[in-house]
Design a protein around this ligand. Structure first.
Ligand SMILES: Nc1ncnc2c1ncn2[C@@H]1O[C@H](COP(=O)(O)OP(=O)(O)OP(=O)(O)O)[C@@H](O)[C@H]1O
Length: 694
């Protein structure tokens, strides 16, 4: 009897649903770059027939779960030359795609963008109204300030060179990685970043043409987790730098800065960049504490300048967390040189976090220090509130005003927003489960059931196979959970080496080592905090367990987005919740319900309506407080304020009753020892009043 099954009442699956989900075993191996391609097939059903999964020999391999090759190795050259299963699965569609490259009508672009659920909006189109009054009215009316645009999508990477003149070497480096079909975000972002904006932005009037002078746009992108945003911003960055290099042969500047919130993500982006940089001459580096940034090296630089610059880092692209780059820039501020005068591209990956109070000041300080007149910025995330959009717009406007005041004339670039799929929603190819575990003990028991290799959870969806990530609210809880589970995996299967913990209190070396072991498949269960919830790409992660509930819907979207990367099927996201979590569960239940609707769950499947209705809604203030602190009983502050509740929320196998019994026993032993000591003293005639503290 599985006691948690009795408790997991939030989801109910029809027999059909169960069968369907059991068939989709976690594989973590087959990428399916276009998330909404299936919809596309159905939309263009008249034009092409979709091959059924299972009819194709390649497609069935998704169900082959033998072996523990967790981290889907990169394709070898010979493998790359073979058609990829998913590409094959969509073959009828792809033939169409080849034809579509030829078709550059707006109508066709609209069709492709719509079927891939891509929406592009020009956020600051110049007003067509001529009088001042009309212009003011247009500004007030937000609708007037937005206009949908329909650039011609790029469906396959092989068209990069032909359509946008991307360097041959860069194009080769992309295909070397085994990529052929562009993912949805790449499909739309690459054309708008690589093409001349005039090719897709309509001109309202002749007098407004000046507003479109800029050859590049600023871009806000909201696209699902694991949808390939990294490549979508790296390719245009590399292409731009290669062009700049051609026109300014003697000079070597840092021309691009990429910011990301964690060291792990910075390292990952740098690695991706290095793959694209192969034999292009472009240098990309991760900024580390203590580095000195070189401003530029020109042929006519004085010997003194050159000597000073010798020890500094001279690269084309810097990748950094805001904290590290900000402190380096602050240190170099006293220098006569502006450290980054030539930066023309700023990328904010996980932009909503970078503009959140935690990083906002540092991010904006860096942004404002970049003084090049043609600086273009792009913001990327799977979740982006309207406040982030407003902040980005106001920062762009203020920067322009400030530079204009110091006589630097900068062109006004169009600001475009790209949204892929449903904004702020979890990936539709992951199965979400909400499991009520009542108490801390129940959660631990629930996790153990997921961990135990023989547990199949029959009847409640596919099993959660390692490797998986477990998220906790605090570092202390991650450490406690780690020690609690340390001996859960039998020695024959690798024992304690299979479970690891990663958090920001560890040294950089320890963090790197855990990441490497997890990527290699040596660690099966990685317990962590929200440190790893953003951006980090582990290809074969089969599942995510929210041991503690996430503190916002965005946090849920990002945590569960560590599985189901690049459209891989079979990922499972389990959220264990206890009585303490119920007041805060609504945001999680809402995102899960939305994801299930996207998956096409029939009525009655997924999160039950009664649960959604029954869960209390938080006020704005409560939401903010929860986002900042999480469930208070699980924090040090909670321990000080309410020790009783905090003790109940402690991660431990021992129940309160067992603990009390143990304490009583310990107390009895101590008292008995004291009594016998006192007796010995009496017998020895030692009648000192005070025997000291025991
Ligand atoms: N065109 C493509 N075809 C197949 N796989 C791709 C393609 N583009 C990217 N990928 C793979 O998709 C995975 C996810 O990419 P990436 O890390 O860029 O996602 P992301 O959108 O930045 O996710 P997150 O929002 O979590 O940061 C990576 O493993 C990457 O190699």
């Amino acid at each position: 009897m599985d006691p948690l099954k009795l408790l997991s009442r939030s989801t109910k699956l029809s027999k059909q649903g169960k069968a369907k989900k059991e068939a989709a075993l976690p594989s973590g191996q087959q990428a399916r770059p276009q998330l909404f391609a299936a919809d596309r097939n159905s939309a263009s059903a008249g034009a092409s027939k979709k091959r059924k999964r299972g009819q194709d020999g390649n497609a069935t391999s998704e169900n082959d779960v033998s072996g523990l090759d967790f981290f889907g190795k990169k394709l070898s050259k010979s493998e790359k030359s073979q058609p990829q299963p998913d590409a094959h699965d969509l073959d009828a569609d792809n033939e169409g795609a080849d034809r579509e490259v030829e078709d550059d009508s707006e109508e066709h672009s609209r069709h492709i963008l719509k079927t891939h659920k891509l929406k592009l909006t020009w956020l600051n189109p110049p007003s067509s109204k001529s009088s001042k009054k009309e212009k003011r009215k247009a500004k007030e009316d937000k609708k007037e300030q937005k206009q949908n645009v329909y650039p011609r999508p790029l469906e396959k990477f092989h068209a990069l060179r032909q359509r946008f003149g991307v360097a041959q070497r860069l194009q080769e480096n992309v295909s070397e990685q085994g990529y052929d079909l562009a993912t949805e975000v790449q499909l739309a972002a690459l054309p708008v970043l690589l093409d001349d904006p005039k090719s897709f932005l309509p001109l309202p009037t002749e007098s407004n043409a000046a507003a479109l002078e800029s050859s590049c746009i600023d871009l806000l992108t909201v696209a699902p987790t694991g949808s390939g945003k990294t490549l979508a911003f790296l390719i245009p960055l590399f292409s731009k730098i290669m062009r700049l290099r051609k026109s300014q042969k003697d000079v070597r500047h840092t021309t691009a800065v990429i910011l990301a919130p964690t060291k792990e993500l910075v390292g990952q982006i740098t690695n991706e960049g290095k793959k694209l940089a192969l034999n292009t001459g472009i240098k990309i580096t991760q900024v580390r504490k203590g580095m000195r940034l070189g401003h530029s090296l020109a042929a006519d630089d004085s010997a003194e300048d050159k000597a000073e610059e010798e020890s500094s880092v001279k690269v084309d692209i810097l990748v950094s967390t805001p904290g590290v780059l900000h402190s380096i820039l602050a240190d170099q501020e006293g220098d006569t040189h502006n450290a980054l005068p030539a930066v023309q591209s700023l990328v904010l990956d996980e932009a909503d976090v970078l503009l959140d109070p935690l990083f906002r000041d540092q991010t904006l300080a860096i942004w404002n220090k970049l003084s090049h007149a043609d600086l273009r910025v792009s913001l990327w995330s799977a979740t982006m509130g309207s406040n982030v959009e407003d902040l980005a717009r106001s920062t762009i406007a203020e920067r322009r005003k400030r530079l204009a005041e110091s006589d630097v004339e900068i062109s006004e670039a169009p600001l475009v927003r790209l949204v892929v799929g449903l904004k702020d929603s979890a990936v539709p190819n992951v199965e979400h489960k909400l499991t009520y575990a009542a108490t801390e003990q129940g959660k631990l028991m629930g996790l153990r059931q997921l961990l135990h290799p023989t547990t199949t959870n029959a009847g409640s969806g596919p099993p959660l196979r390692p490797p998986f990530l477990v998220f906790t609210q605090t570092i202390e809880r991650a450490v406690a959970l780690h020690s609690e589970l340390l001996y859960d995996i039998p020695a024959e299967a690798g024992g304690i080496s299979r479970i690891a913990v990663l958090h920001s209190d560890l040294s950089d070396t320890a963090r790197d080592s855990v990441m490497t072991r997890f990527r290699k498949g040596e660690v099966w269960v990685l317990i962590t905090t929200d440190l790893l919830s953003r951006g980090v790409d582990f290809r074969g992660v089969n599942g995510v367990v929210n041991y503690d509930i996430p503190t916002s819907s965005a946090a849920y979207v990002h945590r569960v987005g560590r599985t189901g990367r690049a459209g891989r099927q079979g990922g499972v996201a389990v959220t264990l919740y206890s009585k303490e979590d119920i007041p805060y569960m609504k945001h999680v239940a809402n995102v899960v319900s939305m994801a299930q609707k996207q998956q096409g769950s029939a009525a009655g499947e997924g999160v039950q309506q009664w649960l959604l209705d029954a869960l209390p809604a938080l006020t704005k203030n409560e939401k903010q407080k929860f986002k900042k602190r999480g469930v208070e009983a699980r924090t040090a502050k909670g321990m000080a304020n309410d020790p009783h509740s905090a003790r109940k929320a402690r991660i431990s196998t021992k129940s309160g009753y067992v603990r009390r019994e143990e304490n009583k026993r310990k107390g009895a032993i101590a008292a008995s020892k004291q009594r016998s000591k006192a007796q010995q003293n009496d017998e020895a005639g030692n009648d000192s009043d005070f025997a000291g503290f025991d």
